[in-house]
Design a protein around this ligand. Structure first.
Ligand code: GAP
Length: 548
């Protein structure tokens, strides 16, 4: 404990801050600093000092509470080193724009997709899923407009001579990474779809989006699943684009996965759902034209003010943002940005992107376009099949409109969760990957405290039991500290240790990755408790007897 003491030196008073400490069983006093010649001066100085120290402490804590900023190359190195993601064909020098998922990457990717599916399909009554083929009838891509207009502009930098890509409206406005200008004279259209041969019959394409499979199957799904407007059809699957300049790790690749919903309504139909109460940076096309900044406001407020024109758009933007937030993404890294007229896709009447502040700038994470009846009209025209549906109430046929198409790349979402959960914890001396337990590739690591057959037997029984439900691992090599560190780094939220007490009391220690707190939990209750913890239905401190 620290206190002020007065010392008399040559008849004068001097005030000091002193602390008493028990060192090797004996109480010792240590002077912590001079505070002044009067009691008032000493009190004032002490107050200032305490304030400074607490600010310092808060700063230290904040440092640990905030993710560590790393760039995308560092993230790619980390992902490779830990077994998340490798460049495809790396042993042959790598193949630009293609990535392979390692033993942890595949789990994280699958968890991410199943969280998306649970939230958008299982938990809703108005959305069903499909899984269309990757290669389909080439007419699908003619009808959708991709054959004629799914192009980027291929440009070459005048300075570094590297090829790059631009959208037509960007020509003359964007520059190469090196700062050089693109040569407009040699700029040419570049088809983004991969052409392939199917049997003898000729050209087909690898799909550049999953969306068209939903449109082409729309009528079957609506009839078979007996869906009534408004309703949606969801799909997760691979898409392929022959990107001119794949870059930024998973951000722009040539083979990637999309999670898409086409949400159909009767033209003019109002949104019956409550718009989630979310606040976010909003960047309208008007603000961009007038060179203004984005403004933080409620999405509901933006709808009321007419910044977001349609209730459905406000609803889907807020819903998608909430999905990221609830899975642990940092809301401060998100904004919504409206497309300017010159950047809208050929099919869209209004598009808002959910953007994320990547280390390489604000970029599109998810596009949410109002596609109107463009796609169903086109497929109706090209296939000569009636794709309208009969409204039992009005007794009229109607061609539904896609009021919103939330379209998200799995790879981009994965990067968001990796960046927002990467903490280089200097105190622990290792990275702590604070992924939501729902996303974490390994849910629990089980350790016998030392290699003894009776501990190992219990550990193996627990492993068998828990692995019926989750990806859990058994780790018995290295010190306990090393095993904790190894699991912190790959985001394992819970470590379970079997020790001497476990033999007597039939319980184990469960350690929380983020706080390093530990509780004792009875082995018979372990599985249920773990389930509650993973689903965030239970606070860690309430999971068992907290070890002080
Ligand atoms: N069906 C609409 C559509 O495909 P998009 O804006 O071209 O729209 C939707 O793509 C999402 O797919 C993007 O927001 C992004 O998350 C992901 N995406 C698109 N191209 C990608 C690429 N080359 N690499 C990784 N993800 C990509």
């Amino acid at each position: 404990m620290a206190f002020i003491v007065k010392k008399k030196i040559h008849g004068n008073d001097y005030f000091y801050l002193r602390e008493s400490k028990r060192i090797n069983g004996k109480v010792k006093s240590i002077d912590l600093g001079y505070l002044g010649k009067t009691k008032e001066e000493a009190d004032k100085k002490l107050k200032e000092r305490l304030k400074k120290e607490s600010v310092q402490e808060i700063k230290m804590e904040k440092k640990i509470l905030e993710p560590t900023k790393i760039n995308v190359e560092e993230m790619a190195i980390f992902c490779k080193k830990k077994g998340f993601i490798y460049q495809s064909g790396e042993i042959y020098g790598g193949f630009a724009g293609f990535w392979d998922f390692g033993h942890l990457g595949v789990e994280l990717n699958n968890n991410l997709k199943s969280e998306w599916w649970n939230f958008h399909v299982f938990k809703r009554k108005d959305i069903v899923g499909i899984d269309g083929s990757i290669i389909t009838h080439p007419q699908v891509w003619k009808a959708s407009g991709h054959v004629d207009s799914f192009n980027d502009v291929f440009v070459v930098c005048k300075k570094c001579k590297k090829p790059g890509k631009a959208d037509r409206y960007e020509l003359g406005k964007v520059k190469c990474e090196c700062g050089g200008e693109y040569d407009e004279k040699t700029a040419k259209d570049f088809e983004l779809m991969f052409k392939i041969k199917v049997g003898e019959s000729g050209d087909a394409y690898l799909r550049p989006e999953t969306a068209q499979l939903i449109f082409a199957n729309f009528k079957f799904v609506q009839e078979n699943a007996r869906m009534k407007l408004p309703f949606g059809i969801a799909q997760i699957g691979k898409s392929f684009r022959n990107e001119i300049a794949p870059r930024d790790f998973l951000f722009r690749s040539r083979e990637f996965e999309q999670m898409e919903i086409e949400y159909f309504i009767e033209p003019g139909q109002k949104c019956p759902y409550e718009i989630p109460d979310e606040e976010i940076l909003i960047y309208s096309s008007e603000a961009q034209i007038n060179n203004q900044e984005s403004v933080k406001m409620k999405i509901r407020g933006a709808l009321k003010k007419g910044i977001i024109k349609k209730d459905w758009h406000a609803y889907w933007l807020a819903t998608e943002f909430s999905w990221f937030k609830n899975l642990g993404a940092n809301p401060d890294n998100f904004r919504i940005r409206q497309h300017m007229d010159n950047e809208k896709s050929h099919y869209a009447t209004d598009t808002w992107d959910l953007e994320y502040k990547f280390p390489f700038g604000w970029k599109e994470l998810e596009g949410i376009a109002d596609r109107g009846d463009f796609d169903l009209s086109q497929h109706q025209k090209f296939s000569k099949k009636d794709l309208s549906i009969f409204n039992e109430e009005t007794k009229k046929k109607v061609l539904p409109h896609v009021i919103c198409e939330p379209s998200l790349g799995v790879g981009r979402a994965l990067l968001v969760f990796m960046f927002d959960s990467y903490y280089d914890d200097k105190e622990r001396g290792n990275v702590v990957l604070k992924l939501s337990p729902k996303l974490a590739p390994i849910k629990a690591a089980i350790f016998p405290i030392v290699k003894r057959p009776e501990f190992e037997k219990i550990a193996e029984e627990i492993l068998d039991d828990l692995s019926e439900e989750w990806n859990v691992i058994y780790d018995k090599s290295g010190s306990i500290g090393r095993r904790y560190a190894r699991n912190d780094e790959v985001g394992t939220p819970f470590c379970i240790t079997i020790d001497e007490e476990s033999l007597k009391k039939k319980d184990v220690t469960v350690r929380d990755r983020d706080t390093t707190k530990q509780v004792r939990v009875k082995i018979v209750e372990l599985k249920n408790i773990l389930r509650e913890l993973i689903n965030k239905k239970l606070k860690f401190e309430d999971a068992g007897n907290l070890i002080k």
